[in-house]
Design a protein. Structure first.
Length: 379
């Protein structure tokens, strides 16, 4: 435990964007997390901003892709994004541009990244990178100062990739990664860090070594192998997609019952250290609130701090402290319960010993925070 704490402390000290306000705020919101009271001290150190809830792909294990999401697809206006940054930017270490949709469908994404970087906030995004006829966005993201990008590529060949990434095009995504590498080199920059994410499933896990070579050939900085999870109502898909190998799969399946192998957590610390803002400005506590069912206010109608310690947020924190299983969002949105209540951020990624990592390189940049758990990344 002491070794783990010292490792985390060293990691925190190496973050590139410390300031007196951010440090004081970090202490405040972690003090709140330890106390787990209804009132949060300080403001979040991390926010996830869903600038698009639309997506052009039809991936079976995604509520957007499977068209089971009830929430209307929306694109966040630049003005809403700027309001968030204006209010929180001095206190934030990290903005993650992510959500249920594809962020590059927002045509103002370059301006958004540039605006956040003007506050010296670490900015990363997760994408399927299936953009067409928008190659100026690639150069724009490099110029704007994007820190890191995670590209979902679930297959080392067209046939395997496109079996899951329905409507996707393997050659197009690969070409876009190459263009990003070239744009970064042309600009003489080391950022954004370019990461490839691969989720091993039944149809693709045999290609793990090929994925290592693909990441190397594309010029990516790192390959991440991430375990899959299931949204609610996907029991039938479990047998179709979840790999049988224990090292790839963190579920126990017993007939109709699906449960996690991990040890259950008492509370979710996200309620005191991070927050999520949807395209229409609604504030929700969790990156896994894919339906926006637990919104506590709207950034376009109230200040964030009013929402952060408003009646609804406080009531949710009280409920969490009493027991997360009584909260529908936490207990009934995912097969087996919310992944964040079982999986530590580091557990999402499969250890290097379980796959061939010899051709990937260690990233130069410092990841901003484990508060935005790896599990919140799209799959």
């Amino acid at each position: 435990m002491l070794r783990y704490f010292l490792k985390k402390l060293k990691h925190f000290a190496e973050w590139p964007n410390h300031s007196p306000k951010r440090l004081a705020n970090r202490v405040a919101n972690y003090t709140s997390r330890l106390k787990a009271g209804e009132h949060a001290l300080g403001l979040p150190s991390v926010v996830m901003i869903e600038i698009s809830s639309a997506c052009q792909l039809r991936c079976p294990l995604c509520p957007v892709g499977s068209q089971t999401l009830d929430r209307v697809s929306q694109i966040m206006p630049l003005e809403t994004f700027k309001k968030i940054v204006d209010e929180l930017g001095d206190y934030l270490y990290h903005i993650n541009i992510n959500g249920m949709g594809e962020p590059l469908l927002n045509n103002q994404i370059v301006e958004m990244v540039r605006y956040a970087k003007s506050k010296n906030v670490f900015v990363d995004l997760y994408t399927n990178f299936e953009i067409t006829d928008k190659h100026e966005i690639i150069e724009g993201l490099v110029d704007a100062g994007l820190d890191s990008i995670l590209v979902a590529i679930d297959g080392a060949t067209s046939a395997v990739y496109e079996e899951y990434r329905i409507r996707g095009n393997f050659d197009r995504v690969s070409d876009n990664v190459r263009k990003l590498v070239q744009a970064r080199k042309k600009a003489g920059k080391s950022k954004p860090e370019i990461n490839i994410q691969f989720v091993p499933m039944k149809q693709n896990h045999h290609q793990m070594k090929e994925m290592t070579q693909l990441a190397h050939d594309l010029g990516a900085d790192m390959l991440e192998i991430k375990r899959p999870f299931l949204f609610w109502g996907q029991k039938a898909d479990a047998l179709k997609f979840l790999p049988n190998e224990e090292k790839f799969n963190m579920y126990e399946i017993d007939g109709d019952t699906i449960s996690w192998k991990g040890e259950e957590k008492p509370i979710c610390g996200f309620l005191w250290t991070s927050s999520v803002i949807l395209p229409n400005g609604s504030v929700t506590p969790c990156c896994f609130d894919y339906e926006g069912s637990a919104t506590f206010g709207n950034i376009n109608e109230s200040s964030f701090i009013e929402i952060w310690n408003g009646k609804k947020y406080k009531a949710f924190r009280r409920a969490m402290k009493k027991g997360w299983r009584s909260i529908p969002l936490c207990s009934k949105s995912f097969e087996g319960g919310c992944p964040n209540m079982f999986i530590q951020p580091d557990d999402w990624l499969i250890p290097a010993a379980d796959w061939d990592k010899k051709d990937t390189t260690k990233p130069d940049t410092i990841p901003p925070s484990s508060d935005a758990a790896s599990g919140c990344k799209k799959q």
